[in-house]
Design a protein around this ligand. Structure first.
Ligand code: UD1
Ligand code: MG
Length: 453
């Protein structure tokens, strides 16, 4: 068990060139910090402390009570950051995990393995390291025949040290008593004039205390985000991780390179996702669906066996066996029951459409309650806005709305009623009635002939 985890998140993230604190930048739809917290939730961690400084007010809003906050008013380095929490740490803690808020790809399994190694080896520090081809920017692990001697930062490294490919991932387990005592001994005698947490390794080695390492198997987990290029790299890795999991659970993704699925999305088996599809937020899609091509679904629920093509669906709920698109736009608050068809160039907002109803072409339905087995003809519009307020349209079961109808809300159409095509309906229509509101057609015989004469 990890007694205490300390997340370092006080740095400015200068290299991001951003107004937003680094750890709030999103990777696959979720902030870096949220990824780290998620990993800690899944790992065996007792207590969590976060070090905040730059952008603390914004970051605090994104935290819940489960985490203790410590402020680092001046950001004088990673060692200085941990010093701020020193009073909260216990000498009896066998394992204090320190990790960075900017390593969102780290997995909980890895944290647990690191902790196991730390526990079994009786080391005062166990560093999570990785061997990578391009170690530029990372602290290098310097070893001699006795083991790890030091971690040297890129900026302080000699040419020989820079060749070393084993890097510090920024994740470590410390013995509580060692950490409390040795934090006080850190100095800022280096190129960046910072108190480096990594110098604890050198101090331990000098005292003949045991420093161990756990080498990452999947080096992708070690990616620390310092700039937007690395942000995009992390995005891609995480996106593929999500898609791989989905594919292995029975979802077909025709072309993962051309598909964007965020970490929080769930999809049932035998659903097929076509290229150009974006699935975002905590979207849930059932089994046997066809989604895409060219579709965006955000924070929505879609039932089983539904088909969505070339459409945008935002914060909506869609039942089983529905057909959406091509070119439908379902805005927040759309609720479709089972067997509903929404066809081309249809926009729906904050409306409920009952079982088996159809809105096949060219319509706007807003603030409406539509019953079951209703047919809404091509070009029908709910005129829901009077310039100041929004009003509700009600259409009862089995009503038939003729093409090109304007329903001026507030208005109700009764059960089984029929609206003549081209009507502008301003009054309620009772059940079983025909509502028609348009000029009667007049034919003028021989009109063309007379004009020519
Ligand atoms: C750090 C490590 C480096 C490692 C790399 C892994 C040190 C000295 N270096 O370098 O060996 O290879 O991470 O990604 O530790 N932070 C604070 N307060 C501060 C400074 C930083 O809270 O005063 C936080 C940052 O918000 C960030 C983390 O510590 O979450 C790491 O800081 P960063 O500046 O990114 O360190 P690196 O240069 O990446
Ligand atoms: Mg970093």
């Amino acid at each position: 068990m990890i007694n205490t985890a300390i997340i370092l998140a006080a740095g400015q993230g200068t290299r991001m060139k951003s107004k937003i604190p680094k750890v709030l930048h999103k990777v696959a739809g979720i902030s870096m910090l949220e990824h780290v917290l998620d990993t800690l939730r899944k790992a065996d961690v007792n207590r969590k402390i976060i070090i905040l400084g730059h952008g603390a007010e914004l970051i605090e809003k994104a935290l819940d009570d489960e985490i203790e906050i410590v402020y680092q008013r001046e950001q004088l380095g990673t060692g200085h950051a941990v010093m701020q929490a020193n009073d909260l740490l216990n000498v009896s803690d066998k394992t204090i995990l320190v990790l960075c808020g900017d390593t969102p790809l780290l997995k909980s399994e890895t944290i647990n393995k690191l902790e196991e190694k730390h526990h079994s080896s009786n080391a005062v520090i166990t560093v999570l390291t990785a061997v990578i081809d391009d170690p530029q920017g990372y602290g290098r692990i310097i070893r001699d025949d006795k083991g790890i001697k030091a971690i040297v930062e890129e900026k302080d490294a000699s040419d020989v040290e820079k060749i070393v490919k084993e890097i510090n991932t920024g994740t470590y387990c410390f013995d509580g008593a060692f950490l409390k005592e040795f934090l006080e001994k850190l100095t800022n005698n280096n190129v960046q004039k910072e108190y480096y947490l990594t110098d604890l390794v050198k101090l331990a080695a000098q005292e003949g205390l045991r420093v161990e390492s756990f080498i990452l198997e999947d080096i992708k987990e070690s990616l620390g985000i310092n700039n937007r290029v690395q942000l995009a790299q992390a995005e891609k890795i995480l996106r593929f991780r999500t898609m791989e999991k989905l594919m292995l659970s029975g979802v077909t993704i025709i072309d993962p390179q051309a598909t964007y699925i965020e970490a929080g999305v769930k999809i049932g088996s035998d659903t097929v996702v076509y290229p150009g599809t974006y699935l975002e937020g905590n979207t849930i899609i059932g089994e046997d669906c066809i989604i895409g091509p060219a579709t965006r679904v955000v924070a929505s629920i879609i039932g089983n066996n539904s088909y969505v093509q070339n459409s945008v669906i935002l914060e909506s709920q869609i039942g089983n066996n529905c057909q959406i698109g091509p070119f439908a736009y379902l805005r927040p608050g759309t609720f479709l029951e089972d067997n509903v068809k929404v066809g081309d160039f249809v926009e729906i907002k904050k409306s409920k459409i009952g079982k088996g109803s159809k809105v096949p072409h060219l319509s706007y339905i807003g603030d409406a309650f539509v019953g079951e087995n209703v047919n809404i003809g091509c070009g029908t519009i709910t005129c829901n806005f009077d310039g100041e307020n929004k009003h509700v349209t009600k259409i009862d079961d089995k009503a038939f709305i003729g093409s090109n109808t304007n329903l001026v809300a507030p208005v109700s159409i009764g059960k089984n009623a029929v609206i003549g095509a081209g009507s502008t309906i301003t009054q309620d229509v009772p059940e079983n009635a025909l509502g028609i509101a348009r000029q009667r057609q007049k034919n003028i015989p021989g009109w063309q002939k007379g004009k020519k004469d």
